[in-house]
Design a protein around this ligand. Structure first.
Ligand code: BG6
Length: 489
């Protein structure tokens, strides 16, 4: 890793405390930061360096997966942190920032490589990027990178507008768009699993796969984010980005000798291009939108969406979306990909289930529910694991067969957080697990008819009880094709 100055906009914000500082700390413990690593935190509030460092330490105690036992180690980590006040709209502040960065670089004897991490609302992206450009914060003698996080726009047009503005200050290969699902270790393993295991490679086609199910269920509701969430819904908050990224990562076929970032991103783009587009009129047949009503989660009663603080009683916002997608290419033609994500579901779980073709039936009986297909399951979070369901002879009823599970689960402590992986890669300039503009644009393009159909109420808003697995219409989406969601207990 090159020596770098990590310039953090929004240094007193929630994301910094919960994710960025703990990620940096764990990288430091793993010796993945250079000894001259330097961070300058920026915010609106006046803070001394000492108070800033104390705040960072406190956030590590609250949110780091590994606790800071050793004070020497902790002090050495915190000594890299400096703070300064910056008003994002005031040009003069950027000049002063440049002076401070240069002084610090001189003090540490490091090159002017600068990573600008915008941990602020998207309404500030454009102003900050333009001011970085104008003030000369990007030096000709080093590299500059911009790290931003969704939302990248609100629809296709606004995403294009934003990108156009950002690209006046940063080239595409300097922009690192975080989709934190791409940082999840199991998601990062998908390409390698398929690429390095001929047995999986051979099966990754419509010849053997019946359908793919991608689920990201959450138990939390709208939390304290009513103002944001009620304008975006599950379709923009999760589906357009995280869920489509999971689909791309699962569906790509990489050449057996290369996992270069160009290849990964090129193949992902190809998947998005092959995704059969929906028309506004056909959205209703392929997409279910729904909102939660009151219910019980983990024994606790919870209110319906429209009774949440900050949500209007008349809100038609979607807190759940399920969709059936088809990839029209050589490998996947005819294989439905079912995707669903929702708030206030029965359990927190993100997983991909691959159902293989059979259908196998018990020799002695033929009811539909006795089908026992082979399943390959990638558990993404909160636990990480891989399970393969195979059939074997049932020792008690020899004429019957019995499914067994071949199971691998990682130990929880061994699993790095998504932000550790992503910040590490951004510092190293590896764009593999960041969203390229092409993917973002194609995702918005694919989702656009859904946004319009929702807005115009062409698709009915279904209801589901909090603590369930979503509305019955989501089950019907699969049942029409003879399938069901696996593992809904
Ligand atoms: C975020 C969404 O991107 O992802 C949140 O804005 C959601 O609404 C979160 O809760 C889910 O992330 P994870 O890693 O907990 O599955």
């Amino acid at each position: 890793m090159d020596s770098t100055t990590f310039v953090l906009f929004g240094a007193t914000g929630d994301l910094a405390k919960r994710k960025i500082y703990p990620a940096l700390y764990n990288l430091f413990i793993d010796r993945k930061l250079v000894p001259t690593f330097s961070l300058i935190g920026l915010g609106r509030r006046e803070l001394s360096d000492e108070t800033f460092q104390a705040n960072v330490e406190q956030s590590l105690r609250m949110f780091s997966r590994r606790q800071a036992e050793d004070p020497v180690l902790m002090n050495s980590f915190l000594s890299a942190f400096r703070y300064r006040v910056l008003d994002v709209g005031r040009k003069d502040d950027y000049k002063k920032l440049l002076n401070q960065i240069e002084l610090r670089e001189e003090e540490l004897g490091i090159s002017p490589n600068r990573l600008f991490y915008l941990s602020v609302g998207p309404e500030f992206f454009e102003t900050i990027a333009a001011n970085i450009q104008e003030s000369g914060l990007g030096s000709a003698n080093g590299w500059k990178r911009l790290v931003i996080e969704k939302p990248f726009g609100h629809d296709l047009q606004s995403a294009r507008d934003l990108n156009e503005k950002l690209s006046k200050a940063f080239a595409e290969d300097e922009i690192f768009r975080i989709d934190h699902y791409l940082g999840k270790p199991m998601v990062q393993k998908l390409e390698v699993l398929q690429q390095t295991n001929p047995v999986l490679r051979a099966l990754w086609t419509n010849r053997y796969i019946a359908n793919v199910q991608i689920t990201a269920n959450e138990t939390v509701g709208v939390e304290e984010r009513a103002g944001y969430y009620d304008h975006v819904g599950a379709v923009r908050d999760m589906f357009q980005n995280h869920m489509l990224q999971l689909l791309m990562m699962l569906a790509i076929h990489l050449p057996s000798d290369s996992t270069s970032s160009e290849n990964v991103r090129y193949k992902k783009k190809k998947i998005m291009e092959a995704l059969e587009p929906l028309q506004k009129q056909s959205v209703g047949a392929n997409v279910v939108r729904a909102q939660y009503t009151a219910g019980v989660i983990n024994g606790k009663p919870v209110v319906d969406y429209t009774s949440e603080p900050g949500i209007a009683a008349t809100s038609m916002n979607d807190t759940f979306i399920a969709a059936k997608l088809q990839i029209d290419d050589f490998f996947w033609r005819g294989v439905p990909f079912y995707i669903r994500t929702g708030k206030r579901m029965k359990e927190k779980s993100t997983r991909i289930v691959i159902e293989f073709k059979g259908p196998l039936k018990q020799p002695s009986s033929t009811p539909e529910d006795s089908k026992v297909p082979n399943l390959l399951v990638f558990e993404i979070s909160p636990n990480e694991g891989i399970t393969l369901q195979l059939n074997t002879r049932d020792p008690d009823h020899k004429e019957e067969f019995k499914p067994i599970l071949i199971d691998f689960h990682s130990k929880k402590d061994d699993v790095p957080e998504a932000y550790e992986n992503l910040i590490h890669d951004a510092l190293h300039g590896d764009p593999t697990f960041f969203a390229h503009w092409d993917e973002v644009e194609l995702s918005w393009q694919w989702v656009q008819p859904i946004l319009e159909a929702f807005e115009e109420n062409v698709v009915p808003l279904r209801k589901y009880a909090a603590g369930s697995y979503g509305p019955t219409e989501s089950d019907a989406l699969l049942a029409e094709d003879g399938y069901h969601w696996w593992f809904d207990a």
